[in-house]
Design a protein around this ligand. Structure first.
Ligand code: ADP
Ligand code: MG
Length: 710
């Protein structure tokens, strides 16, 4: 489309629906001056994306303040300052280790510029004798005389405002230098368009927030130390934009799935009674309460979208089973989806006796069922012969047809994103949805991942659980540990030995785990197994089966066992390089033990030196088993900049918002989103149109898909 036409219809959109105004922000980084294919790759890695917007979102983390402009005689040692100087004399280096000195002065006294391994040409060109120059750098005093060793900036008198300023400092990556990054940022800022305002004027005014364009400008021109604080108005505004995009997307999803009318499911209770008779325990109060909430939602004619939150071992499976039976009692089908093959099979295993006791026909469907066998299963699902279907997420995303799916239970373990939830709700018409998650998520985080989904909490563990004793152990004691574990397992106890993620590289992961496996093999012989992500599903199952049956006493694992495998005889959990794991993940891993009646142990093996946050994480683990407490602590610690845990947890990651600081904005964004949905669910108003820009900016295209499909 010609330039003029674009201007003529600012709201014009093309097939993808993305407003034209956003185009410059989505151009590749290599269109920026000084960015070619090679450093473009580095830049992309550094800023976390290939487009211009990504570099704009690369936040400075510090500043260098060059605004101090003292006279030479008042120059404070150890401080960064900027001087206006006259060049007097060059004293080139005569020998190695003797620096090149350039004698300068102002009207109050002399100051030397000192260069080791100097580039003579460079110095002569930029500091000609007699010239007046602007020089900035850290001042010190040598034999009573002021000097600057390797000035950070040298420029002409015209450049004074540019040099004597606040300079942002960015997180960097090896191979890339500050200069091209800064140049790219400034060029990107130039291309950042003014966009229609999607925030309410009154809200902006109340908070004293700038426009989006101004906020970006300020982000990269921090006015001082306060400019890099997450509480600076510019940063608050950008954070709020991101949170609003997140909350609006979730609200749209929720609105949409609610809007499709559900149906009332209220069974006669016969199957559930049979199950309850078959289980050897009484439900906990928390289980009873959650079930009451779920049954009420199912009875309600709108669609259920409920989150069942419960720590590992809190007994979610039986809650899922009873909910599914309620659906089956009504003559509909129910499905349980797990994030992995192992877990799907394990669910099937534990549900089997219960479902058989209730006389319910169920099938298991995973990627391993192929050909004729798969055809038969698909047919049973399609004609309703299978009343309950247990499988993996992936299968339900492909074309599995149900006769009549009344309830879908998603066991997500943090791996099931908004995106998949969208696919699910677009697939099944009136299906009630129950999402189960094993990590107790702090309220704020739950909001970002689920919006204001209804939540049931299993905050009470089944009785009879013994506490898990958690011990910290330094790496050099690891070999002694192998020895004592070996003795321990002679009485039938079983050990998990988890090796950490190395730099997020699967290959290195595997190398570390394999090495540990070989060390254990020397002691355990063929009673130790190895499980990792590269094994084929049936190989994994095979190893797990052997471990569960006791054929193996020890299981060395990469983090694949994170996903909820249940072996009640496993009483010892060793986590190697525990300092590299996030709190949530440590908690999840520890939850693999302590599932039977026997006393359990968790050894957190760490390598020194420990960072402050790593220390805090490990001692938190030693002090408590309370998942909700750990989750709150996790959020606080992660807020201080450690992203390892976040990335592994699979929770929503924000570029601009930091929930440790912006938690309150999140609640505001949720309320804002709710109002928008009430007033203008199609986003047709002036603000609605602007909000479309916001959704595209954060690539919430899925949300827009709803708007377009109506
Ligand atoms: P989750 O899936 O929440 O991690 P599970 O559903 O696997 O936990 O339950 C863990 C174990 O506790 C299972 O062996 C289960 O049979 C048992 N269990 C569940 N509820 C109770 C209860 N109310 N009393 C005693 N044991 C229970
Ligand atoms: Mg479970």
């Amino acid at each position: 489309m010609p330039e003029a036409l674009k201007k003529a219809s600012p709201e014009a959109t093309r097939k993808t629906g993305r407003p034209f105004a956003l185009d410059p922000l989505f151009t590749p980084l290599t269109t920026l001056p000084g960015i070619g294919p090679r450093n473009g790759k580095l830049l992309e890695k550094l800023v976390g994306g290939p487009k211009l917007l990504d570099v704009l979102w690369h936040k400075p983390t510090d500043i260098v303040d060059r605004r101090l402009r003292p006279a030479v005689k008042d120059a404070p040692s150890g401080h960064i300052a900027t001087f206006t100087l006259t060049v007097e004399k060059h004293t080139p280096s005569t020998r190695r280790h003797i620096p090149y000195r350039v004698r300068c002065k102002d009207e109050t006294g002399p100051l030397d510029l000192v260069f080791f391994n100097a580039h003579k040409d460079y110095i002569e060109k930029h500091l000609p004798v007699g010239a007046t120059v602007i020089v900035s750098g850290r001042v010190d005093h040598y034999q009573g005389r002021a000097q600057i060793v390797h000035p950070d900036a040298i420029g002409s008198i015209e450049e004074i405002d540019e040099i004597a300023a606040v300079e942002p400092v960015y997180p960097m990556t090896q191979g890339l230098t500050t200069k091209p990054l800064r140049k790219a940022v400034l060029a990107a800022l130039d291309k950042a368009p003014a966009l229609p305002e999607w925030q309410e004027a009154a809200w902006l005014k109340k908070n004293n927030w700038p426009t989006w364009q101004e906020a970006l400008h300020t982000l990269h021109h921090p006015p001082g130390l306060n400019g890099i604080s997450p509480e600076h108005p510019a940063r608050m505004r950008l954070a709020y934009d991101e949170l609003l995009a997140n909350q609006l997307t979730l609200a749209l999803v929720r609105h949409h799935s609610r809007r499709q009318s559900g149906r009332s499911l209220e069974g006669d209770g016969k199957l559930r009674a049979a199950l309850l008779k078959a289980i050897p325990f009484n439900l906990t109060g928390a289980q009873e309460r959650s079930l009451k909430e779920i049954y009420a939602d199912m009875k309600d004619p709108t669609r259920m979208l409920r989150l069942l939150q419960g720590d590992v071992g809190s007994g979610k499976t039986v809650v899922a089973a009873l909910s599914m039976l309620n659906a089956v009692e009504c003559g509909t089908q129910a499905a349980l989806m797990a994030p992995t093959e192992i877990l799907a099979r394990q669910h099937a295993e534990s549900l089997k006796p219960w479902l058989e006791a209730a006389g319910v026909r169920h099938v298991v469907l995973t990627g391993r069922d192929k050909g004729k066998a798969r055809e038969v299963l698909l047919q049973q699902i399609a004609n309703g012969a299978a009343q309950i279907v247990i499988g993996t997420h992936a299968l339900f995303q492909e074309g599995v047809e149900f006769a009549d799916l009344g309830l879908a239970v998603i066991d997500e373990q943090h791996r099931f994103g908004v995106h998949q939830r969208l696919q699910l709700s677009s697939k099944s018409k009136a299906t009630d949805v129950l999402v189960m998650t094993a990590t107790p998520i702090p309220r704020t985080l739950a909001l970002t991942a689920y919006g204001d989904m209804d939540v049931s909490r299993l905050d009470e563990k089944p009785p009879g659980r013994k506490p898990i004793k958690t011990l910290l152990l330094s790496q050099d004691k690891a070999e002694d540990l192998v020895e004592s574990l070996f003795k321990q397992t002679k009485t039938g106890e079983r050990v998990y030995w988890v090796c950490p993620l190395v730099e997020e590289s699967e290959a290195l992961d595997l190398a570390a785990a394999t090495e540990r496996y070989e060390i254990l093999q020397a002691r355990f012989g063929d009673r130790v197994g190895l499980i990792h992500g590269r094994l084929k599903p049936d190989e994994k199952d095979d190893v797990m089966r052997k471990f569960a049956s006791g054929e193996l006493s020890a299981l060395v694992a990469t983090t694949v066992i994170e996903v909820g495998v249940n072996v009640p005889e496993a009483t010892i959990m060793v986590i190697e390089h525990a300092e590299r794991f996030g709190l949530a993940q440590l908690h999840q891993l520890r939850g693999r033990v302590g599932r039977g009646g026997a006393k359990s142990y968790c050894f957190l093996v760490y390598a020194s030196p420990l960072s402050e946050t790593a220390k805090e994480r490990l001692s938190t683990m030693r002090e408590t088993e309370d998942g909700f407490l750990i989750a709150e602590k996790d959020l606080k610690l992660r807020g201080s900049g450690e992203i390892l845990g976040t990335r592994q947890s699979g929770l929503v990651q924000f570029r601009l918002a930091d929930l440790a600081f912006h938690g309150e904005l999140l609640a505001a964004a949720r309320d804002d989103a709710r109002l928008i949905i009430e007033k203008d669910v199609e986003l047709q108003s002036v603000r609605g149109n602007a909000l479309r820009h916001l959704l595209y900016l954060f690539e919430r295209d899925q949300a827009i898909a709803y708007l377009r499909s109506g």
